[in-house]
Each structure stands twice: as C-alpha cells, then as structure tokens.
Design a protein around this ligand. Sequence first.
Ligand SMILES: [Zn+2]
Length: 357
Amino acid sequence: MFTIDAHLDLSMNAMEWNRDLRNTVFDIREREKGLSDKPDRAKGTVAFPELRKGNVGLVVATQIARYVAPNNPLPGWASPEQAWAQTQGQVAWYQAMEACGEMVQINDLASLEKHLALWSDTTIPNEQKAIGYILSLEGADSIVTVDHVAKAYEYGLRAIGPAHYGPGRYAQGTDATGGLGPQGRNLLKEMERLNIILDATHLCDDSFWEALDHFHGNIWASHNLCRSLVNHNRQFSDEQIKELINRGAVIGGALDAWMMVPNWVRGVSTPENMNCNLEVMLDHLDHICQIAGNANHIGIGSDLDGAFGKEQSPYDLETIADLQKIPDMLLKRGYSQEDIEKVMHGNWLRFLRNAWK
Ligand SMILES: [Zn+2]
C-alpha cells in the first residue's frame, strides 16, 4: 500500500553519518562495520531501495542544525550562521539527489498530484520512481533572521518545527521550559504569511500552547506519541492531542523505542527485552483515535535513523520496508480498509490538499 512517512532525517544521514542513501541498508551497514563514532553505526534501517521496496513514495524530509550557547551541552553549532550554512549543505544534497533522479521535491498541489499519479501507476516498477520529499526544518535555530524564512520558502521549505531538543532561539523544545518570546511569535507570523505548516512536535508545553494561540495556519505533528502511555514531556498529553484534533492536525506515529515503551534506558534496554514491536506504536495511534472518535488524525512519522538505528527500533522492523506490515496489523485490530488507507497515506494527503488548495 502506498505509504507516506512524515519524518525522516535523510540529509542528516547523508551529511553527518556519511551515508549514500542510494545504496541498500545492508550495503551501508557493511561499510560502517568497525566504526564507533556514533552508537547506531551499522544499524541503519533507511535507504532509497528500502523506501521503494516498502512503497514509501512520499516522505517529509528534514533539514536540521541546532545553535548551542556556550553552556548548552547538546551537540550543535556555535552560531546561527553556522547552523544556517549546515542546512544549506543539506539542501544541496537533496538537490543533488533530484539531479540524479532519486528524489523529487513536492512543494505544491500540482507537484503532489503529479507524483501521486506516478506512484499509482503499477505498470512502472518502483525502482524507476523518484521518492517524493516535502522539505521541513526540525528546530528553527538556523533561521538567522525572520527574513531567512522567505529565502527558505524559495528553495522549497514547507514545514517548520520551531524547536527540537533543549532551548531554542525561537521556541523551547523537549526537556526545556518557557515560551516563544517576540522572535518566536514573529517567526510564526512569517510562516503564516507564507503558508508554511507548523510542526508542533518537540515544542515544550509552554511553547506548544503559546504557539497554538498565536498561529492560525496549518498545524501537524510529524512524529509524536502519547504521554498517557509513556510519561515524558516529549510526548503529547491528552489535552494537547484534543487541541491538535480540533485544529485539524494529523499526528505521525514515531518508531523510536524510548518513546514507545516506558522505562527505556538508552544504550541498555533492547527492543527484545522491552517487548518493543510495531504493535506498540499502533497502541499509541489507537489512543489518539479513541480521543478523536475516528481514524482521521493519525499517520506515520517514523523518525527511523533519527540518530538511532535497529538498537532502538521495534524488533520486528529490519528496515523501513517493514512499514508494510502495518496494514495487516491494523486489519487484525478491526480497522476498516478505508481507515487503513487513511493511516498509511490518506490523512496526510487530505491535510496537504487542504493546506495547499
Ligand atoms: Zn525529532
């Protein structure tokens, strides 16, 4: 079934992990054997061949670069200008992948419909189809000034999550506290003017509520799970989920194990001993459906290879192609065929067609 994944850090993998995503996941793992600079070496799950194998024909793909003040222990750049330059390298990689026919940027209704027609043509093998990507920015620190938002729109940026982990220049993120401030509110105003989607993922509670109060455009949450199942500020409370549903949002289910099962200890827990499989993510999505009273607000935003690999992913997922196991799992849970199609792609498409009409 045609599948949309609303959150993949593809350019980060290419530019920081040095992965040529045109190779298979297995070839990339082979090349990384013996490397220990990152905990997920030789454990990746995402590459173009596996996306095609899994019918994942459209993704929301990120730019990402954090600014860190001298006292901030998180990894990042020492100035917003360096962070901007990092994101420009990431854009250059996406453009290089377009130039060789591997990817195609989707940035308006016409390009979306054309791309969907291509992927629904079963006479053409997936190997000959470019992977569509909608460009998103995870954490807005690299937006040097609000004027940079229009520059980014020009090269295709269509969604922004103002925050990531920790304190941000425009909003406060996971594990931080506090609101947007005047700069954050200016950013939202400019996003609204340009019809850029607000990604509510990673906003801390204070910034989340302030952002929703000040932003009147389209809102989604690309990769998020539920606080009532795994209690952490990175997850949405039921009140936040209710508000997102009221605003017409779609929430993408993430496949990062620590968000899926409670009491995960990074580097110690394993998917097997924590019983973390794909069904667990569906438990979270199911919870959102119970709040909504329908299946209109959930999708997939896997975040696979978002600085973690197989060691922190569901044990029944070898590569991203295994997203194709989800339709059968939903069927067994009693979801209708129509609802299954909504989860795999329909809800994101409804959202995009409405946002870009
Ligand atoms: Zn994230």
